[in-house]
Design a protein around this ligand. Structure first.
Ligand SMILES: Nc1nc2c(c(=O)[nH]1)N[C@H]1C(S)=C(S)[C@@H](COP(=O)(O)OP(=O)(O)OC[C@H]3O[C@@H](n4cnc5c(=O)[nH]c(N)nc54)[C@H](O)[C@@H]3O)O[C@H]1N2
Ligand SMILES: Nc1nc2c(c(=O)[nH]1)N[C@H]1C(S)=C(S)[C@@H](COP(=O)(O)OP(=O)(O)OC[C@H]3O[C@@H](n4cnc5c(=O)[nH]c(N)nc54)[C@H](O)[C@@H]3O)O[C@H]1N2
Ligand code: SF4
Ligand SMILES: [Mo]
Length: 756
């Protein structure tokens, strides 16, 4: 019989995907179990919406492999509990020694937040400065860097589609029915699908749940996006469908692109993609006449061959049709804190000399930058809120790389595959036991932010520190932040925010080095004065003070009113008070153009690096399948019961408990496989055994495995087990985009056989 819940609804958010729907949670009588969960109607973006995954969050909160104490590896590989003073002192000493001997640039920082927690990444910036860390990376460098670079080249940032107002919605390699990425995705998709005046277009080799709803589904052959997208662009140009007047007014580099697309052999490229030519032509005409074309491309096209070129061709579809900075088109949001400060392609990584985009080393070169005798190899790693031993290509090699390092420090809530290989494991409260927020604020014109207070305290017998406190203590132990610097700021904070602002500006102007440590300074000085123990929110004070003077009109349109001088303060106060999240900016299309003027006023179509690659498509057909590996495996599909590795407990899955291999009926018959049968999947890197799900949503020759499976988790009796296959046992780090280094996880040549 269910126990009565405590009655109080705690306002928070779901942490399983980037849209972070507002939810409310009732605790069980023990004050710890998530007894009831419902959507929060007061949340301005989700408005009560949530999907089935949020209802299972107790499997995250009360997981059996939660970390409860700081741990240190013993020489025999087992772990022992240590106290925090020892942990901080030794981690600072070990990493400090690496810096002393080899330099801070030999320490790699990986992670900085998952789908629900980005405060750690902001505070970690201070620790990186304290250690002189130069190189960092995270999952964005295996999906979004190529796309972000293209956005930077063309419109000076990453543009998001306005799916609420668009007439035509285009999803390329994206299945928002399951993966979301758009607030209230299922409602929005159903609304577009039901409206005869609007068109939903999906480009995906599988007949996904989103494709089922679509007016047009271009079910291309896996890995042929570049040809199909080039053909669509080719039709726009060759049939003179592009927005000639708009381009003349707003764009530079048009002629080069028109020339390149005029040369595209549409019929041949359509045939390579396996799409009838007239379907390509009709689709291009639909894009051209749309009053508002919103585009969302995701992993299906970003994690396959031609990744960065695909992003460029996607951008060209909305740029050539004039769908930038317009209602229902694609717009540049105003973030509270940018996830990546700039998406420029800056320096190169130290060993592989791979381009660093958005400040991130491509994930796929990390192992090779460790497993070498190159003098500039990484010697140590800090991993925070990420599980690279599971989520990066070629897990066996990544495990070997982690073992080869002088020191690995993992900051996590759970005993992950990566934590098991660490020298020190620093445990933190869950995202429901501390203040948290994300900076996935990509909406336009209204943009949202949600600072979440803790729902409950840490488990009674645990010894945990939240990330801001860990980073503050590390900075102090490293001598980067001293009491002499903190004392005057603390005193000013005691006199109120105006006095604090003056003191903070004065101190950082006098000593610019302090600016780099600002998160920890704010946390230690302003933090303790914030109400309800909201010290971790201190860093948002800085963010609000930066945003408000730059975009006062956008902040005022969000209903936050104060004099220019006090607008940042008013915004910060509103952030602190808005338990269900808030709209912090309401932007306008004119304002986007105003920002564009700051960089010359025009969008840029010409990206020479990628036009060169486009030309190569003419001679470079899709690879002929290797007879040893005749299938294309999509390694890591989002499904109803996947949520990266946030849920480690396999019991959270009501269906598809072990993550089946999806395959077409034709292939299943040919291989003698039936639903539930065991199949062996082999690639050049490895082999796994999985159950088969015969599905007519798959085309022949294409198989898919879900993401997030294959985690090591203790059963009720403590014996560890693994449910399903970890996709990166099968992937290879050298299979990556030449330009951004993004992996081809959706395009892994594989062999499938019956397995007993
Ligand atoms: N349920 C659930 N939702 C999630 C997550 C989760 O783990 N579970 N994770 C979140 C994260 S971190 C991310 S990045 C997003 C990712 O969200 P999505 O990118 O939507 O997720 P995927 O299912 O990995 O890939 C999308 C589609 O790519 C298609 N695809 C495969 N090969 C190709 C190809 O060659 N070309 C094209 N055009 N398409 C292809 C697949 O059939 C699939 O439908 O989801 C987020 N949301
Ligand atoms: N083959 C293949 N590989 C893939 C993908 C694929 O499609 N195919 N998808 C890729 C993509 S798009 C992504 S985003 C990555 C995701 O992979 P990762 O970036 O490694 O991250 P997550 O799986 O989201 O795991 C987040 C970690 O944060 C921990 N955590 C949860 N809450 C907290 C907290 O409050 N504090 C701290 N410090 N830790 C916490 C969790 O226990 C978990 O270890 O996987 C990538 N890997
Ligand atoms: S998984 Fe994503 S869409 Fe589903 S409830 Fe959580 S945040 Fe919302
Ligand atoms: Mo992701």
């Amino acid at each position: 019989m269910a126990h009565a819940a405590t009655g109080t609804w705690h306002t928070t958010a779901c942490i399983l995907c980037s849209v972070n729907c507002g939810i409310e949670i009732q605790l069980g009588p023990d004050g710890r179990r998530f007894e009831r969960i419902r959507g929060d109607k007061a949340h301005p973006a989700s408005q009560g919406y949530h999907c089935e995954k949020a209802l299972r969050l107790d499997h995250y909160q009360n997981a059996r492999d939660r970390l409860t104490h700081p741990l240190r590896r013993r020489s025999d590989g087992t772990f022992e509990r240590i106290d925090w003073d020892t942990a901080i002192r030794e981690v600072a000493a070990r990493l400090g020694a690496v810096r002393g001997t080899h330099g801070g640039e030999r320490i790699l920082y990986y992670g900085g937040g998952g789908q629900g927690n980005h405060l750690c990444g902001v505070y970690a910036a201070a620790t990186r400065r304290a250690l002189g860390v130069k190189f960092r990376s995270n999952a964005l460098a295996q999906e979004k860097t190529g796309w972000a670079w293209v956005g930077e080249q063309t419109v000076g940032g990453i543009a998001g589609g306005d799916f609420e107002h668009c007439e035509v919605a285009l999803f390329v390699g994206k299945n928002p029915w399951h993966s979301h990425g758009v607030p209230r995705a299922r409602t929005v998709l159903k609304t577009i699908a039901a409206d005869p005046a609007r068109t939903l277009i999906v480009i995906d080799p599988r007949r996904t749940e989103t494709a089922e709803l679509a007016d047009i589904h271009l079910q291309l052959r896996p890995g042929t996006d570049a040809w199909l997208l080039a053909a669509l662009g080719g039709v726009l140009v060759q049939e003179e469908l592009y927005a000639r007047a708009w381009l003349a007014e707003h764009a530079a580099g048009v002629d080069e692109v028109l020339g390149a697309l005029r040369a595209v052999p549409v019929a041949r490229y359509a045939a390579i993609a396996g799409i009838p030519e007239d379907a390509v032509r009709r689709t291009a005409r639909t894009l051209a006449t749309a009053r508002g074309l919103a585009v969302f491309e995701d992993l299906g096209t970003q994690m396959t061959r031609h990744s960065t070129l695909n992003s460029y061709l996607d951008n060209l579809l909305w740029l050539l049709t004039g769908n930038f900075a317009n209602p229902g088109g694609n717009n540049l949001p105003l973030p509270l804190i940018p996830i990546a400060p700039s998406s420029a392609r800056g320096e190169v990584s130290p060993v592989a000399k791979a381009p660093i985009i958005a400040g991130l080393v491509p994930c796929n070169v990390i192992a090779e930058e460790i497993l070498t005798d190159h003098p500039d190899r990484y010697r140590a790693m800090i991993v925070e809120s990420a599980n690279p031993a599971h989520s990066l290509a070629d897990s066996p090699r990544m495990r070997e790389a982690l073992r080869a390092l002088d020191c690995v420090v993992v900051i996590d809530v759970a005993m992950t595959e990566t934590a098991r290989l660490a020298d020190y494991v620093l445990p933190t409260p869950t995202q429901y036991e501390k203040w948290e927020a994300t900076f996935f604020n990509f909406e336009f014109p209204a943009n949202y932010f949600h600072l979440r207070p803790p729902v409950l305290g840490p488990p009674p017998d645990s010894d945990l520190l939240a990330e801001p406190e860990i980073h503050a203590r590390l900075c102090e132990a490293l001598g980067a932040v001293t009491e002499a610097e903190l004392a005057p700021l603390r005193e000013a904070a005691g006199q109120g925010r105006a006095a604090f602002a003056a003191a903070f500006i004065g101190a950082t102007a006098a000593n610019p080095k302090l600016l780099e440590l600002a998160p920890v300074l704010l946390y230690r000085t302003l933090g303790p004065t914030l109400p309800d123990g909201a010290a971790p929110a201190a860093v948002l004070w800085g963010a609000a003070q930066r945003l408000a003077p730059r975009h006062p009109d956008a902040v005022r349109r969000a209903g936050i009113d104060a004099s220019d001088h006090e607008l940042g303060e008013a915004l910060f106060t509103r952030i602190l008070e808005s338990r269900s999240g808030l709209i912090f900016a309401v932007d306008t299309h004119e304002n986007v153009w105003r920002r564009m003027r700051a960089r010359g006023g025009t969008v840029n179509l010409h990206v020479p690096e990628l036009l060169g690659e486009l030309a190569l498509l003419a001679t470079d057909g899709p690879p002929t399948p290797d007879p040893t590996f005749p299938f294309v495996l999509s390694a890591g599909e989002r499904r109803s019961f996947t949520a990266n590795t946030v849920y480690r407990d396999p019991a959270w899955r009501k269906k598809d408990a072990t993550g089946a291999l999806r395959m077409s009926p034709a292939d299943a018959v040919r291989l003698g496989l039936v639903n539930g049968a065991a199949a062996r999947v082999t690639t050049k890197r490895g082999s796994v055994t999985v159950a088969v799900e015969v599905s007519d949503t798959m085309q022949a020759g294409h198989v898919s495995l879900p993401n997030g499976l294959g985690l090591d988790y203790p059963g009720a009796d403590g014996t560890r087990g693994v449910a399903g296959a970890a996709p990166n046992e099968l992937t290879a780090s050298e299979d990556r985009d030449w330009f951004a280094g993004t992996p081809w996880h959706k395009h892994v040549p594989a062999r499938v056989e019956t397995a007993g």
